[in-house]
Design a protein. Structure first.
Length: 227
């Protein structure tokens, strides 16, 4: 079975790559606003994490003002199927998009399995043509704080985590500190006593960003705000 991690260049996928050790770390370049900074970090990884970069698609014209790309994960999984038959999504606890939840994963898995069930005819470069197609999210019940903690407990480098991951959606060289992605990253780092680098103090954006925080992870955020 070929395990493919949909690698975004963000903190979550960096940690998951270290913990899961997939066969392939796959970055699909959608040409969105944050792609340039994501690729810069990826190119600096060296041999520490080997990333396959797929440039076959351009969805820049579909990026919304909120930086969301409709159908993003569905498209990424379909492309991921060209590389392997287990696709790992880097979802963590508290995601509010429907293209990461259990229902989405089950339906996508069923659809692709249906389309590719005939191993003799399907064009996929899988080692085992008889293996089922799987969409997994092994950290979907893990908070960002817990994910970073597990990364550290596994003996991985905090310096590498800060240097090689970028979670900001603004596409700036230094993470903005104002978007919801920066806010959640800051909380996870703060709860693990790690000082991140942001253009503005993410704590100052708490009032604006708390409306995007799911109830299930509010205790995690409040813990960081209390420090």
């Amino acid at each position: 079975m070929d395990k493919v991690l949909l690698y975004s260049g963000g903190m979550d996928s960096f940690c998951i790559s270290k913990l899961e050790k997939p066969d392939i770390n796959l970055y699909i370049n959608l040409r969105t606003k944050c792609a340039e900074q994501e690729l810069k970090r990826i190119h600096k990884l060296g041999t520490d994490i080997k990333v396959v970069i797929d440039n076959r698609i351009n969805l820049a014209d579909q990026e919304m003002a909120s930086y969301t790309v409709p159908l993003r994960n569905l498209i990424l999984i379909c492309i991921g199927a060209f590389y392997g038959n287990e696709i790992i999504i880097g979802s963590v606890k508290g995601e509010y998009n429907t293209d990461t939840d259990e229902n989405f994963r089950a339906k996508t898995q069923e659809l692709i399995q249906y389309l590719l069930i005939d191993g003799a005819k399907n064009p996929m470069a899988w080692k085992d043509k008889t293996a089922p197609f799987i969409v997994s999210a092994p950290f979907v019940n893990t908070t960002k704080t817990e994910l970073v903690q597990r990364y550290i407990e596994a003996g991985n480098s905090v310096e590498d985590l800060l240097k090689h991951s970028v979670s900001c959606v603004a596409g700036t060289e230094i993470e903005c500190g104002e978007c919801a992605s920066c806010f959640r990253k800051w909380a996870a780092l703060t709860n693990n006593d790690i000082q991140g680098t942001f253009m503005k103090d993410p704590k100052l954006s708490a009032e604006k960003n708390m409306k995007y925080i799911a109830d299930s992870i509010k205790p995690e955020i409040e813990r960081a705000l209390s420090k």
